[in-house]
Design a protein around this ligand. Structure first.
Ligand SMILES: [Zn+2]
Length: 104
C-alpha cells in the first residue's frame, strides 16, 4: 500500500467514510455511511484542504485532484463489511469480498 493511499485512508477514517473492524482491524465501508454524501463531501473537503499544506502539498504537487481520485478509488475498492467477519458469517462464499479487499 502506497503512502498516498495511506493518506487517503487516514482521511476516510477521520471523516467516518471508512471504518475499521474492532475484531480484525480490517477496513470496511459501512453501507449507510458510504451512501451518506455528507461524509463523502467532508472527506473531499479535508483532502482539498490537506493538499494546501506541507508535507502533503509537495507529495501531491499542489494538486488536490490526485488525492481526491485516490480517495474515491480507495473508498470504492473497500468491501462493505469486514472480509473476515463476512467469512465467519458465510464461510462458503467469502472469497468474492476477500478478492476485492486484496486489490486495495
Ligand atoms: Zn471483522
Amino acid at each position: 500500500m502506497g503512502t498516498k493511499q495511506q493518506i487517503a485512508i487516514g482521511i476516510a477514517l477521520q471523516t467516518h467514510v471508512l471504518k475499521t473492524c474492532p475484531l480484525h482491524n480490517q477496513l470496511y465501508c459501512d453501507d449507510e455511511e458510504c451512501s451518506d454524501s455528507e461524509n463523502m463531501a467532508r472527506a473531499f473537503a479535508v483532502a482539498v484542504e490537506l493538499v494546501r499544506h506541507e508535507p502533503y502539498a509537495e507529495e501531491f504537487h499542489h494538486d488536490a485532484h490526485e488525492l481526491t481520485d485516490i480517495l474515491s478509488y480507495t473508498i470504492g475498492a473497500t468491501p462493505t463489511c469486514c472480509p473476515e467477519c463476512m467469512q465467519a458469517r458465510y464461510p462458503a462464499n467469502g472469497t468474492a469480498s476477500a478478492e476485492s479487499y486484496a486489490s486495495v
